[in-house]
Design a protein around this ligand. Structure first.
Ligand code: GLV
Ligand code: MG
Length: 326
């Protein structure tokens, strides 16, 4: 390990994050009784400009009035390039109840963006006499944000999660797609021709770099990496595939832009029983090895060592966290 210790952020279960437009209060109760681990009430892109003020009022009221159970409650404010943002922060903190847990900052581009919001949030909390400190989620969804991702990840003690906002990221990088996440049939490699001259096109994941880069920045700063939206809510198989590849890379959760995606995210982002069982066996085997003064042993014909303990501990800790929630 480095001498530099990575401090973990406030721990929260974050397998699914359900997006709910602030301009549609009729969906709030349903969201509150869903199985989502985290809910974000949106003031940004799901709300038309004419409805921003009304959405803000709806959210301020709903934070205190609705029973959100044991969910993490978050509000996505508008971007720093808009004139809505300062009032979003002020009203939500000064008028909303202490039930709010986090603020989500969209299109964050530099560490200075985080600093600016931190300053405003801190002033509002102090002026309102609040002792609970709101956590920050940042959406990495611009080329600038990706270029500055490490500085953003380390820019505030409030930071808890980085999210990959694939739709805006595609727009910002001018990627040639209009999908929200998912695979692209033009992002392929061709196999060499076989003896009969046949070739196959293998689909790749055009978001692989961005997602991996975000996972590294998040983990290097003790934050949770969360995969963003998948637009085609009528295709659960493709959602599952997208969520799985994010989970395999180290993401802890994925957005649900439709209630039907919550169960899919919870399912994929919970370690499978067989993997947890195996992790427990790794821990038992390594405990025995340590007693015998060994740093590595074999289990089921494979080498395991002290690094295996860290992998297994992470899996078992996640399973225990999920069991505690249930
Ligand atoms: C989320 O905000 C996205 O742009 O994908
Ligand atoms: Mg976006």
């Amino acid at each position: 390990m480095s001498f530099h210790l990575v401090e973990p952020c406030t721990p929260r279960l974050h397998r699914s994050e359900l997006a709910v437009p602030g301009s549609s209060p009729k969906f709030f109760e349903k969201a509150a009784s869903s199985e989502a681990d985290v809910i974000f009430l949106d003031l940004e892109d799901a709300v038309a400009p004419d409805l921003k003020e009304e959405a803000r009022k709806n959210i301020v009221q709903a934070i205190g009035d609705i029973d959100w159970g044991n969910k993490t409650l978050c509000v996505r404010i508008n971007g720093l390039d808009t004139h809505y943002m300062y009032r979003d922060v002020i009203d939500v903190i000064e008028q909303g109840s202490d039930r709010l847990d986090m603020i989500m900052i969209p299109k964050v581009g530099t560490a200075a963006d985080v600093y600016a919001v931190d300053m405003l949030v801190t002033q509002c909390e102090d002026a309102a006499g609040k002792t609970k400190r709101l956590g920050f989620s940042h959406i990495i969804e611009t080329a600038l944000g990706m270029a500055n991702i490490d500085a953003i990840a380390g820019a505030s003690k409030r930071n808890e999660a980085l999210h990959f906002g694939v739709a805006d990221y595609a727009a910002s990088t001018k990627a040639r797609t209009t999908n929200i996440g998912g695979a692209n049939p033009d992002y392929v490699v061709m196999t060499d021709p076989d003896d009969a001259g046949n070739r196959n096109a293998h689909w790749g994941d055009m978001w692989h770099y961005a997602l991996s880069r975000m996972v590294v920045a998040a983990r290097a700063h003790g934050l949770r990496p969360i995969d963003g939206p998948f637009g085609d809510f009528s295709d659960p198989d493709a959602y599952r595939a997208a969520a799985k590849r994010a989970a395999i890379l180290g993401c802890e959760g994925k957005w649900a832009i439709h209630p039907s995606q919550v169960a899919l995210a919870n399912e994929v982002m919970s370690p499978p029983d067989a993997e947890v069982e195996k992790a427990r066996r790794v821990l038992d085997a390594m405990a025995q090895a340590t007693k015998e003064g060994k740093g590595a042993v074999s289990l089921d014909g494979r080498l395991i060592d002290i690094a295996s303990i860290r992998q297994a501990e992470a899996l078992v800790a996640k399973a225990d966290e999920i069991a505690a929630r249930q």
